[in-house]
Design a protein around this ligand. Structure first.
Ligand code: PAF
Length: 281
């Protein structure tokens, strides 16, 4: 059975009001579509934790840095609906842009500090776009819990912080990254990889695992980073935006693993920007 698709905020509100009146809890899984098994794992977590589950699909123009990136972002709505069918989703909210950004919309939600580094430094405005749309999706869906993948680790920190700072009454739940058999982290952007690039892509995860091993053995991040970057460039990657050891809580740059830490990377392969992160502690 396929889940009902709602395109208007008024319809979503009416549906949610009915659930809330009956005291049912609401979980939301915000997505930009092109759903893969990583998204489906979030839906399953929401299904297990909430009475009602909403999946949102909205390719948010405010979080893209370039018009080409926005135009190229994969859109697979029919396939997405088919994949959600068996999962018992109560509503798929696929808003038209004006349902999110009505005429005259001029508010931006900006999370300071956490967004100055990593993807925030390389994609100016990206996290303002994410924070703004996520705030809207939280208030529109009136969700009690929201499910995000650890794959976008910085995004997870940013969203957790804004939900807390703005008293949005939503509990943000991070779920583990789901990987392909060869280690590549699942991502909608993987659809943009050519067959050839897809073969090289898992090298990112392998280089990170090797670097993590060195860090766990007490090595310095800067020396290990140089070796890992060289490995990626040899494997066909054209650039590395960052390959950083960072503290889990405030994303401070670390040279050694002296507190709970994660290794985070963003690298370019055949015109596609891949990101990944793994725990090192
Ligand atoms: O992770 C994503 O797909 C997006 O950044 C999100 C959270 C749906 C906001 O547009």
């Amino acid at each position: 059975m396929s889940a009902p698709i709602l395109r208007r905020l008024a319809d979503l509100r009416a549906e949610v009001a009915g659930w809330k009146a009956r005291g049912e809890s609401v979980g939301v899984v915000p997505t930009m579509g092109a759903l893969h098994d990583g998204h489906l794992s979030l839906v399953r977590a929401a299904r297990a934790g909430c009475d009602r589950v909403i999946v949102t699909i909205f390719v948010n123009p405010k979080q893209f840095n370039s018009p080409e990136d926005l135009a190229n972002y994969p859109r697979t709505e029919v396939e997405d609906a088919r994949r959600l069918g068996p999962l018992g989703v109560d509503a798929v909210y696929v808003p038209e842009p004006e349902q999110i950004y009505p005429q005259g919309f001029c508010t931006t939600v900006s999370v300071a500090g956490l967004t100055d580094v990593l993807c925030g430094a390389h994609r100016p405005g990206h996290f303002d776009g994410v924070a703004t749309v996520v705030t809207k999706l939280f208030t529109q869906t009136r969700a009690d819990r929201a499910y995000f993948g650890e794959k976008d680790f910085q995004q997870l920190q940013v969203v957790t912080r804004l939900a807390r700072d703005l008293d949005l009454g939503v509990e943000v739940i991070g779920c583990p990254t789901i990987r392909e058999e060869d280690g590549l982290a699942m991502s909608s952007r993987n659809l943009l990889l050519s067959d050839r690039a897809r073969v090289w892509a898992p090298e990112l995860h392998r280089a990170m695992e090797e670097m993590a091993e060195g860090l766990r053995a007490g090595g310095d991040a800067s020396a290990l980073r140089t070796a890992a970057e060289a490995r990626l460039l040899r494997a066909g990657f054209t650039g590395v935006d960052y390959l950083d050891l960072r503290a889990c809580d405030d994303l401070a740059l670390l040279e050694r693993v002296d507190r709970p830490a994660r290794l985070l990377a963003a690298a370019w392969l055949a015109g596609v920007r891949l990101i990944d992160n793994i725990s090192v502690s």
